[in-house]
Design a protein around this ligand. Structure first.
Ligand code: RIB
Length: 312
């Protein structure tokens, strides 16, 4: 029994990383340009693949060799089977992914010729992932080195996961995407908080176009209370800040993007994989920028993530 009164279930442990997050079936179409309101445009053939910010991070880290457990929810439908299949194929433990009555989450994605994506998410089963799912995972979380979570599942579930890990001295990596208001104790537990420039500006209440230097965003987020911070900058790499190493800018390799969908998740997956091995934050971010660059060079999210032996 823990301080918060939760019975610790007996689970097989040995996972370095626990991900509490979403799994979606991604339906992607390539378009020359996105339609205006009331307009119809023709696109390419639909590509169907496994996605969802939580599952993407779990798969990215597992492909790089981490032992990963996923806490999530999918529907009792064919999409749910496919999403579980993709996680398992990468070696992720899906024992804590629940099948439920709502349909599996789906993401409707357009990609333009410059590789940029825009996404609408229909959460479906992800919306059913609740605090009891986190309580059921308490033993697995307690035995992990890192907990990663992302609010494509209900924020109360995310908050319960963060507090569960924090109270057991497990490192919390929190990706605030989609960006939302954060309780001060959630921000304070983030080590690091991972955001892109838009999300950082939103959290700081800075208007579009006035966001200033990435370094200022990083400083602002630490002043707001985050224990450490990574601001990702796409093709420009990332800026990290923590007590041990101060503020560091890491570059990204130059690549011609095909599809940027899930690149941020590839970054987070590689980041947590290295942090779980004990790397310093800038070193983990440098590795993560390399992995994200590889991921944008081919279609899809999980399908585009490299295995460790492809990085030699
Ligand atoms: O970050 C990319 C992911 O966002 C996609 O895989 C999609 O499912 C949405 O969750």
């Amino acid at each position: 029994m823990t301080a918060d009164g939760i019975e610790e279930p007996r689970h097989s442990t040995g996972h370095e990383l626990v991900v509490v997050g979403s799994a979606n079936r991604d339906l992607t179409v390539e378009v020359e340009r996105r339609p205006e309101a009331g307009e119809t445009v023709l696109g390419g053939d639909t590509r169907t693949s496994a996605g969802g910010k939580g599952a993407n991070v779990a798969v990215a880290a597992a492909k790089l060799g981490s032992r990963v457990a996923m806490v999530g929810a999918v529907g009792a439908d064919s999409a749910g089977e496919e999403l579980l299949g993709s996680l398992r194929a990468a070696g992720v433990d899906t024992g804590l992914v629940r099948r439920c009555r709502r349909p599996s989450g789906a993401a409707y994605i357009t990609v333009t010729p410059d590789g940029e994506n825009s996404i609408i998410v229909s959460p479906g089963a992800n919306g059913d992932l609740g605090v009891p799912d986190v309580q059921a995972a308490a033993g697995v979380i307690a035995a992990a080195r890192v907990l990663f979570t992302v609010p494509e599942v209900p924020m109360e579930t995310v908050a319960a996961a963060v507090r569960s890990a924090r109270d057991r001295q497990v490192r919390v990596v929190f990706n605030a995407s989609p960006v939302t208001d954060l309780e001060p104790d959630i921000l304070a537990a983030a080590d690091p908080l991972v955001v892109n420039g838009h999300e950082a500006a939103w959290l700081l209440g800075v208007g579009p176009g006035e966001s200033g230097e990435p370094g200022e965003l990083v400083r602002g987020l630490r002043e707001l209370g985050a224990r450490s911070v990574v601001v990702t900058l796409g093709a420009r790499g990332a800026v990290t800040s923590d007590d041990a190493m101060g503020q560091v800018t890491v570059p990204a390799p130059a690549v011609t993007p095909v599809d940027t969908t899930g690149a941020g998740d590839a970054f987070s997956g590689a980041l947590v994989s290295r942090l779980a091995e004990g790397a310093q934050l800038p070193e983990a971010a440098r590795f993560a920028a390399r992995v994200a660059a590889i991921s944008v060079s081919s279609w899809g999210a999980q399908d585009s993530y490299p295995a460790a032996d492809q990085l030699a």
